[in-house]
Design a protein around this ligand. Structure first.
Ligand SMILES: Cc1cc2nc3c(=O)[nH]c(=O)nc-3n(C[C@H](O)[C@H](O)[C@H](O)COP(=O)(O)OP(=O)(O)OC[C@H]3O[C@@H](n4cnc5c(N)ncnc54)[C@H](O)[C@@H]3O)c2cc1C
Length: 312
């Protein structure tokens, strides 16, 4: 019987939706599911985690040096909690991509990345080559499975559970070689890109950081998160954490609006699971139209002001 430990993702105040999605992945694996919440002042977050469906116990490790999700500090704590578990699972987000390989290395196993389907307790499907091929991975049954769940592939589990919270002292202290300096984010009050229901994204066509404000303006009108193509990020129009795609974020919003994005395969990889894709591009042959549910051939510099006018 599997025993699965899920690593909770949170921002210090509330759980990220990715945690509830990991639960669905763990439910597909089957077995007992517990959650580890690491941080500082995390009582409310632990209570939120305890309310998630199928959770047996929430382990809350509260310590000052765990306040920021520094992988060098979190990984040893995860490993200390992982004894006796057959699986350690985290989300395939920026946090999970940073933390879980360290956990795998400390446990001396390989990591299974981006689980999109579960075939059995030790067999998984995951995308490779930017989602162009799907591979079946079979893990050894006598080793701990350390894995990340591709959050775009899993629905969030419900929150009608009532798990107990087990408070644990940290097993270690702050890593000497890595320290948390601060968090700089340009997103402000906008919804988090990876969990936003609506995302407005801009590409190279925006042409400058100043003109990228058009994307922020529309996103704010719609209450949407903001994304970008790699070309827009590389050109310095917007910060790197907004990049959507193979080497950026994989997202699954209900609505994805792409302005001046050609639709390169590496970008499409990041939005395959979006509910409705709207594309505006002045080239009718742009590949983005092959995946768009609604496509408009037009100049974004005319379309966005017109949309804003229609929104009133
Ligand atoms: C290993 C690897 C990983 C990569 N990872 C990613 C990734 O994670 N995410 C990602 O996005 N890319 C990624 N890329 C880059 C990717 O291949 C493309 O180069 C990139 O997505 C192109 O960005 P773009 O669509 O903004 O720019 P372009 O391809 O230059 O497209 C701009 C589009 O804007 C249209 N346009 C121009 N003016 C207007 C206007 N006024 N109104 C409307 N439309 C207009 C054009 O017709 C064109 O289709 C990766 C590449 C590699 C090799």
């Amino acid at each position: 019987m599997s025993r699965i430990l899920i690593i909770a993702e949170h921002d210090g105040a509330a759980l990220n939706l990715a945690t509830a999605k990991c639960i669905s992945c763990a439910q597909a694996v089957g077995g007992d599911i517990d959650i580890a919440v690491l941080g500082s002042g995390i009582d409310a977050i632990a209570a939120e985690a305890a309310a998630l469906d199928s959770v047996g116990t929430v382990f809350a490790v509260d310590a000052g040096h765990l306040a920021a999700p520094v992988a060098a500090n979190w990984a040893p704590e995860v490993v200390a909690l992982a004894a006796g578990y057959t699986h350690v699972l985290g989300p395939s987000t920026t946090l999970g991509r940073d933390l879980m390989p360290r956990v795998a290395a400390l446990l001396g196993v390989n990591q299974v990345s981006d689980i999109m389907e579960v075939g059995g307790s030790h067999s998984f499907r995951r995308p490779i080559y930017a989602g162009n091929a799907i591979v079946d991975v079979q893990c050894a049954e006598d080793r701990t499975v350390v894995a990340t769940a591709r959050i775009a592939s899993w629905k969030a589990a419900g929150s009608s559970g009532g798990a107990g919270v087990d408070r644990r002292a940290a097993s270690g202290s702050a890593a000497g070689h890595t320290r948390y300096v601060g968090l700089e984010t340009e997103g402000g009050e906008r919804p988090d890109l990876q969990s936003a229901a609506k995302v407005v994204s801009g590409g190279r066509a925006l042409g400058s950081e100043e003109k990228f404000n058009l994307i922020y303006g529309l996103a704010d009108r719609l209450g949407a998160g903001v994304g970008a193509s790699r070309a827009a990020v590389d050109a310095g129009y917007c910060p790197n954490d907004m990049q959507v795609g193979q080497t950026g974020k994989i997202i699954s919003p209900d609505l994805y609006m792409a302005f001046g994005i050609s639709g390169a395969i590496q970008h499409i990889t990041g939005i395959k699971d979006a509910g409705t894709i709207v594309a505006v591009n002045k080239d009718s042959e742009a590949p983005i139209f092959e995946v768009a549910d609604i496509g408009l051939v037009g100049d974004l510099f005319q379309v966005i002001p017109e949309l804003e006018r229609l929104l009133g």
